[in-house]
Design a protein around this ligand. Structure first.
Ligand SMILES: [Zn+2]
Length: 118
């Protein structure tokens, strides 16, 4: 039997924020329907952002319910996969804490703090 440590915190750093970009010129998306740089139609991005927002709303409702922490975490993760926002990351950290996933929650919180320091 190998003497592996009881609990190894996830060594992989959390993936970089899923920022939305213009598919044509890669300009950072700023909640507009048309890319200000190249004029591309960005309504598809808007739909993704709206879907992520809906998932965050559902996650927040599940967290508020108190007994649906696992559901809240799944929703917060799904939202983050579509579109990562500071609010979404805070929601994810809260959901992780409520599920007892302290190591990942700490990693997400550190990410939020470093992002808000600019
Ligand atoms: Zn563009």
């Amino acid at each position: 039997m190998s003497d592996q440590p009881a609990r190894t915190p996830p060594s992989a750093t959390p993936s970089a924020a899923t920022a939305l970009h213009c598919p044509t010129c890669r300009a950072a998306w700023r909640s507009v329907a048309t890319c200000p740089r190249c004029g591309a139609d960005l309504t598809a991005l808007m739909r993704v952002a709206v879907r992520a927002w809906e998932l965050r709303q559902a996650a927040r409702a599940a967290l508020a319910a108190g007994s649906r922490a696992a559901e809240a975490l799944a929703l917060a993760r799904a939202a983050g996969q579509l579109h990562t926002t500071p609010h979404g990351q805070r929601l994810l950290a809260l959901a992780l804490l409520m599920n007892g996933q302290m190591a990942e929650a700490a990693a997400v919180i550190a990410q939020v703090l470093s992002a808000s320091r600019h």
